[in-house]
Design a protein around this ligand. Structure first.
Ligand code: SF4
Length: 370
């Protein structure tokens, strides 16, 4: 049996459990049939109706008439010498997105994408140069996890995805509704049941959406891509700062309802000669004084699309030591998968060093972000 239904047919992957149950009812079936099908797709990663062996063929046929099961196609797996795997998926309409599996001892973190490309235009990021093509739907976001889980089951059966970070291609809060739906799907106990404490959403600082996120019942950990200690530098490397500057961003974060023992992670991509001076470290420590936070220092991962340089090991160490001396908790992020262009800021659909799609010619300097 196949779900050869028209494009407008709902994708079971993109539905929340409630919606799947309502769909079953709309097809003249009991609610629990919707739940059964939903569990197959989201809990067991089923990609076809035929796999749903506890649902009779007649019921499957009725479900298939009202819904399809979309899946991403795993087009390529690139393997780093450090164990990191970069997965390239193609969507139903032919676009490429990337996701990264990062093993670390017993843990495995998956970095997933939320958009095809990105509109935010951070100057140090390879994804920015793709521009934004479209949002991923909730099923496409969640399916990256299901396809990665299937790959691990085949290659490393003892390994499980333990942590999830929305730090791949795209600005998650720019695709707010779909990201929220994917979070509800991925945290459901009837699906993969990931704890929201093990999920991190990273934003470049879409302030109104941060305020909205703070009011949600599902609230993942929050990471903020800060990268500068003043507006002059942040305006230059992150055009989004011209719309929501550091003052507005920190004000929104101050009123963000952080739960007990949780803290905001600030990411700080260290760029030689741009934001890596000891004075920058001092300014950063002053800026974040009193915040429940930590700072992840990410020495820039080189790619040909940006004119920056990674600071020397000595400069990196000096920057971190200065932050620590001034009381700011900082952690140095070791690049993972940089030999396969899978490290932070390098995702651009590149295979063996070659770009699969041409970069847009003129980057958008002022992204239309609401
Ligand atoms: S760093 Fe993130 S938000 Fe900025 S351009 Fe890259 S993908 Fe978009």
């Amino acid at each position: 049996m196949s779900a050869a239904t028209p494009d407008e047919t709902p994708d079971l992957r993109a539905l929340t459990l409630d919606e799947a149950q309502a769909l079953a009812v709309s097809l003249g079936l009991p609610r629990f049939r919707g739940e059964q099908a939903w569990r197959w797709v989201h809990g067991k990663g089923a990609t076809s109706w035929d796999e749903m062996t506890n649902i009779g063929a007649d019921v499957r046929a009725r479900l298939a008439a009202g819904a399809r099961i979309g899946t991403l196609t795993l087009a390529e797996v690139q393997r780093s010498r450090d164990g990191t795997k970069k997965l390239r998926f193609t969507t139903r309409d032919g676009y490429s997105i990337e996701s990264v599996l990062i093993p670390d001892g017993d843990k495995t973190t998956q970095c997933i994408s939320s958009q095809v490309g990105c509109a935010v235009d951070c100057q140090f990021c390879a994804t920015a140069k793709l521009g934004l093509t479209r949002n991923l739907d909730p099923g496409e976001i969640a399916d990256q996890v299901y396809r990665a889980r299937a790959l691990l089951a085949a290659e490393e059966p003892d390994r499980r995805i333990t942590n999830l970070v929305y730090m791949g291609m795209g600005e998650p809060l720019h695709n707010y509704d779909n990201v929220m739906r994917s979070l509800r799907i991925l945290t459901s106990d009837l699906g993969v049941g990931l704890s929201q404490r093990r999920i991190t959403v990273s934003t470049a600082g879409m302030v109104p959406r941060l305020e909205k996120l703070g009011a949600e019942d599902v609230r993942p950990n929050l990471a903020v891509s800060l990268n500068a200690s003043n507006d002059r530098v942040r305006d230059e490397i992150m055009p989004i700062n011209r719309k929501w500057n550091i003052g507005k961003l920190l004000a929104a974060l101050r009123s963000y309802p952080l739960e007990h023992r949780r803290r905001v992670t600030f990411e700080y991509v260290l760029l030689a000669g741009v934001n890596d001076a000891l004075a920058d470290a001092a300014e950063l420590a002053k800026l974040l004084r009193g915040f429940r936070c930590k700072v992840n220092i990410i020495p820039w991962n080189p790619h040909p699309e940006a004119p920056y340089e990674r600071p020397s090991p000595g400069a990196i160490e000096a920057f971190q030591n200065e932050c620590k001396r001034l009381g700011l908790p900082t952690y140095l992020r070791t690049p993972r998968g940089d030999d396969i262009d899978a490290a932070c800021g390098q995702l651009a659909n590149r295979s063996n060093g070659e770009l699969l799609v041409p970069l847009r010619k003129r980057p958008v300097k002022a992204p239309a972000l609401d």
